[in-house]
Design a protein around this ligand. Structure first.
Ligand SMILES: Nc1ncnc2c1ncn2[C@@H]1O[C@H](COP(=O)(O)OP(=O)(O)OP(=O)(O)O)[C@@H](O)[C@H]1O
Length: 625
């Protein structure tokens, strides 16, 4: 018997493979929820479940039998109501019947709270306050009294403000997933040191170490180091030019003196120094080179800047550390990472932070999480070393760079979440997990849902732009995807119209994917769910005009397909948003007229302006939350 779990995340190619293996009447059971299909961007086909009975017929040749697991054993009533409300359009448009989930017998009432703040800072503050008021660590055997909590983010760039706000309230925080791990301070330092050791052009990585607590260079010393790099570059250029012009009579040389590179850089006292053009030397040497070739103590650079004695001593020690790391490339990757950790003194630092936190009764530095971050990174390193074809430092750093840059692809949970820490996690990485208290952040139009919204509704370019998307006509599940019938258009006007129609359909497709993501996020909560957004968010163009609710007629249609039962009307929670900031309110830090809209396309009913927070249901029984 073969059990295929999370079948909604299966791609067309995987279905073909599985069907080649097992579709000959072999007993196969697939379990999945099309409303939780959140990997469409990497080829998963939400309609795969609908095709399963036909593809995997039983031994008698009949389509596979379908059964329903419609009881939610996790979510309390209010949480489930809200999740069902968000999923209602998905159910009505789905090719496979998906009954709304019902609460378990004797399930709790639960609560759903929505808050819409003026700014991002206020939003994360509200989230942190909400979590701090409910989260409790386990006490005694078996973690009695424990209330688990997590903050779910649509994108990793939301992690830092959330984590900062949680830590400010003394909460232990665990950032889940590789992407999150790479943003923890300890791991950032280790990676920066390795990058500086591996690649002399990574002045940016070295700057992180130089300005961190260990080296702590001030602006004047940083400037002096940059001047040293410039001097080295000039000396390089001079040497190159010198070689080049030995037979060129037009190039003038001048004796060393005021304005010349340091003598030790230019071939010794008395050596002629060619005149070079300033623009030629820019960026030829980085501060990594300068660190490797420090001037003598107290010796000024050509522009007169000089490293302080303390800075010179610390930089000399750091240069020795980098040289040592470079000379240890014969070590295995995990050993090299361990060396970098010790070279930075992180092993001692995290231990001290843990002990100070325990003694003070509040979180100092990374509290007791620093060691866990470093251990998790050691696991990642070991995993890479054992699986990669070329487990070199360069390959590892390139892979980490891709993990940082990719918003979703590599963001997998690395280990079981710590039950006594508040998790900060992307929604994709939260799939399959559950907590007593869940806060979903960034629920502002353009952030979550992340689709662009035009005057006619959500729009998306689908496969038309960007090389990362396979053209829909080439996909095996193209029948389930928006079509662009280019060949059927008679003229450019028709083609233009067809493009517009395609972009709207692709926008709807995108909204459906975001809606499934919201459904996944909301169903992670057992008892308490907070939905949070903000009118004004950071970023270059943070403002959008608020849109009317369910503005797209196509999406607003809740008529079920012919022959299918109408979905159960959910007992919709009423959530109100605060009134849109009036013209007298200006965006903090940047004066703009417009504002961010709440995710109205997720709701059937227009919100009524009013109080910012409404408790959906009150829990009449005593609760730990
Ligand atoms: N029959 C049951 N009785 C009591 N609790 C149950 C039962 N089945 C599942 N649960 C609990 O309900 C929760 C959800 O179960 P499970 O994780 O198996 O569901 P799921 O469908 O895989 O969830 P999802 O796909 O949404 O992550 C878990 O805490 C599990 O222990």
């Amino acid at each position: 018997m073969v059990l295929l779990d999370e079948y909604q995340d299966t791609s067309y190619a995987q279905t073909e493979l599985l069907s080649a293996l097992f579709a000959d009447g072999h007993p196969v059971t697939a379990v999945g929820d099309p409303n939780q299909s959140i990997y469409g961007w990497r080829g998963a086909s939400a309609s795969g479940l609908a095709r399963f009975p036909e593809r995997f017929r039983d031994s008698s040749g009949s389509p596979a039998a379908v059964g329903y697991l419609s009881t939610s054993w996790r979510n309390d009533a209010a949480v489930l109501d809200a999740a069902n409300l968000v999923a209602a359009p998905l159910r009505s448009e789905s090719r496979v019947e998906v009954p709304a989930l019902v609460t378990r017998p004797g399930g709790g009432v639960g609560s759903v709270v929505a808050t819409y703040a003026a700014t991002l800072d206020e939003e994360v503050a509200a989230v942190a306050d909400h979590v701090a008021a409910r989260w409790r660590p386990g006490s005694g055997r078996g973690g009695a009294g424990r209330v688990t909590a997590a903050v779910l983010c649509r994108a990793r760039n939301q992690f830092v403000p959330v984590e900062t706000a949680l830590r400010a309230r003394g909460l232990p925080v665990e950032v889940v997933g590789l992407g999150g791990l790479l943003s923890t301070p300890e791991v950032v330092d280790v990676v920066a040191l390795l990058e500086a050791a591996h690649d002399p052009s990574r002045g940016d990585s070295l700057a992180r170490i130089l300005t961190g607590p260990r080296i702590a260079l001030g602006p004047a010393d940083l400037h002096a180091l940059a001047s040293r790099a410039a001097d080295l570059a000039r000396a390089d250029a001079g040497r190159r030019l010198d070689r080049h012009v030995t037979s060129h009579p037009d190039v003038r040389t001048e004796p060393p003196g005021e304005g010349a590179p340091a003598a030790d850089d230019a071939g010794g006292p008395g050596a002629p120094t060619p005149v070079t053009i300033e623009g030629d030397v820019v960026d030829h040497r980085s501060i990594v080179d300068a660190l490797d070739d420090l001037p003598a103590p107290g010796k000024p650079a050509r522009d007169g800047r000089v490293l302080s004695a303390a800075a010179h001593a610390r930089l000399t020690a750091l240069a020795a550390t980098l040289r040592e790391l470079r000379s240890e490339t014969y070590l295995s990757l995990p050993e090299l990472v361990g060396q970098a950790e010790r070279a930075l003194g992180l092993d001692i630092e995290v231990e001290v932070a843990a002990r100070l936190s325990a003694r003070a009764g509040e979180v100092v530095g990374s509290g007791d999480r620093g060691r866990a971050h470093l251990d998790a990174f050691a696991d990642v390193t070991a995993g890479f070393a054992s699986h990669a074809d070329t487990p070199t430092l360069g390959a590892f750093l390139a892979w980490l760079g891709a993990a940082s840059a990719q918003e979703r692809g590599l963001d997998l949970p690395l280990r079981e979440p710590d039950p006594d820490a508040v998790q900060v996690v992307t929604i994709h990485a939260a799939k399959g997990l559950e907590w007593d208290v869940v806060a979903v952040t960034g629920m502002s139009a353009g952030v979550f849902p992340s689709c662009a919204v035009g005057a006619d509704g959500p729009k998306d370019s689908g496969w038309l732009t960007g090389l990362g998307v396979l053209p829909f006509p080439l996909r095996g599940d193209s029948a389930d995807l928006p079509r662009l019938p280019i060949r059927e258009q008679a003229d450019s006007k028709d083609l233009h119209d067809a493009l517009g129609t395609f972009k709207l359909a692709a926008g709807e497709h995108e909204v459906a994917e975001e809606r499934r993501l919201a459904y996944v996020a909301m169903t992670r909560a057992r008892e308490s769910l907070l939905l949070a957004g903000a009118w004004w968010r950071g970023g270059a163009s943070p403002c959008r005009r608020p849109r009317s609710s369910s503005s797209s007629p196509r999406r607003a249609s809740s008529t079920p397909p012919a022959g299918r039962a109408a979905p159960r009307t959910p007992s919709a929670p009423t959530v109100r948003f605060p009134p849109r900031p009036g013209p007298s309110r200006t965006r903090p830090r940047a004066r703009t007229r417009c504002s961010v809209a709440p995710p109205r396309e997720w709701r059937r009913r227009p919100p009524t302006a009013g109080r910012p927070i409404r408790i959906v249901r009150r829990n009449p029984r005593p609760s730990t939350i």
